[in-house]
Design a protein around this ligand. Structure first.
Ligand code: PAZ
Length: 310
């Protein structure tokens, strides 16, 4: 099913070049013994026309993926950040609620470098820039962009297979909100759908679950974390357990749409651990992703130590 989807849906531009970049990144960090995590982030679009004017989208803005990426970097991981274009980016996300130009001012007294950061933003920007420059200097973050469902799935396969060589020291953290339904290319109109033709009836097909080949074939030794989003709390844990049973991966991060920034559950076959934020932690600007990543990093260390014992 997955192979059929990938062969029938066109590959993203410069896929070969992107594969080489990811492979080089993985090899470089493998040489120094650094663990590598693939973080997926943001929603996918599902085109309604091949010359796409309209598409179906979802709510995800990529906060989970962008924030988690920063915390994985702090934990010493190298991160492949597979993200939706225009979704939130690590470091830059801290400025997403500001108008960039409001952070700056013109200084008439220094004509050669007249653009300055306003004094009230100096401290915050310095701290963001310091973290960003350290990561750039160490070369520990690689961004890979997608927009549509099909681009995402092709790039997921490429990134995951490049990680195979790392065995247990690779982690996959699949936080992207991936569409479950799509229109196959042979059923998609070429041109913009005309409203003059009346109301639109869409028939969508199921997207094959890529977790299956990912766990069985692409990265069979890696530590794989999937996400489960629900709106009904009564089915959250049972659906997470079903996924673990079906795909045989290591862990599901289970969350509800409304409370996803305040509480999640880390579900494995053996346990279900609640991670929660207090009101004071939230008002101090602390983020749940810091706790999630800390916990996962520790579990990943245990998982890697099995290799060393054998
Ligand atoms: O991207 P975001 O921060 O707005 O939301 C994060 C999330 C809810 C998409 C993520 O935590 C998640 O659950 N992803 C998987 C969604 C799914 O079940 O397909």
């Amino acid at each position: 099913m997955a192979a059929k989807f990938l062969s029938e849906n066109s590959t993203p531009e410069r896929l070969g070049e992107k594969r080489s970049e990811v492979l080089d990144f993985v090899e470089r960090h493998k040489r120094v013994g650094r663990r590598v995590v693939l973080v997926t982030s943001g929603g996918t679009t599902v085109p309604l026309e091949s010359k796409t004017v309209r598409f179906i989208d979802n709510f995800s803005v990529g906060s989970r993926g962008a924030a988690s990426t920063e915390y994985f970097l702090k934990e010493g991981y190298a991160v492949i950040f597979l993200h939706r274009n225009r979704s939130l980016k690590p470091f830059l996300r801290h400025l997403s609620s500001s108008n960039f130009l409001d952070l700056l001012q013109l200084d008439a007294e220094s004509p050669t470098s007249p653009v300055k950061v306003r004094p009230e933003h100096q401290e915050r920007l310095t701290s963001i820039l310091r973290d960003y420059e350290r990561v750039r200097g160490e070369g520990t973050l690689l961004g890979v962009e997608f927009q549509s469902l099909s681009e995402y799935l092709h790039l997921l396969q490429v990134c995951a297979t490049c990680l195979q060589t790392l065995g247990r020291s690779a982690m996959l953290y699949l936080a992207a909100a991936v569409a479950d339904f799509y229109i196959p290319p042979d059923q998609m109109p070429e041109h913009k759908i005309q409203s003059s033709e009346g109301p639109l009836n869409l028939s969508l097909q199921l997207v094959p679950k890529m977790l299956e080949p990912l766990v069985k074939e692409w990265v069979p030794k890696a530590f794989v974390v999937s996400f489960k989003l629900e709106t009904n709390k009564d089915i959250l844990v049972s659906k997470s357990l079903q996924a673990l049973d079906k795909y045989q991966h290591q862990l599901v991060v289970a969350n509800l749409l409304e409370t996803r920034k305040k509480e999640v559950k880390l579900v494995t076959k053996e346990s279900c651990v609640d991670i929660t934020m207090t009101t004071s932690e939230l008002s101090n600007g602390q983020e749940i992703e810091q706790k999630i990543v800390k916990e996962l990093s520790a579990l990943h260390s245990d998982f890697c130590s099995v290799d060393k014992q054998t």
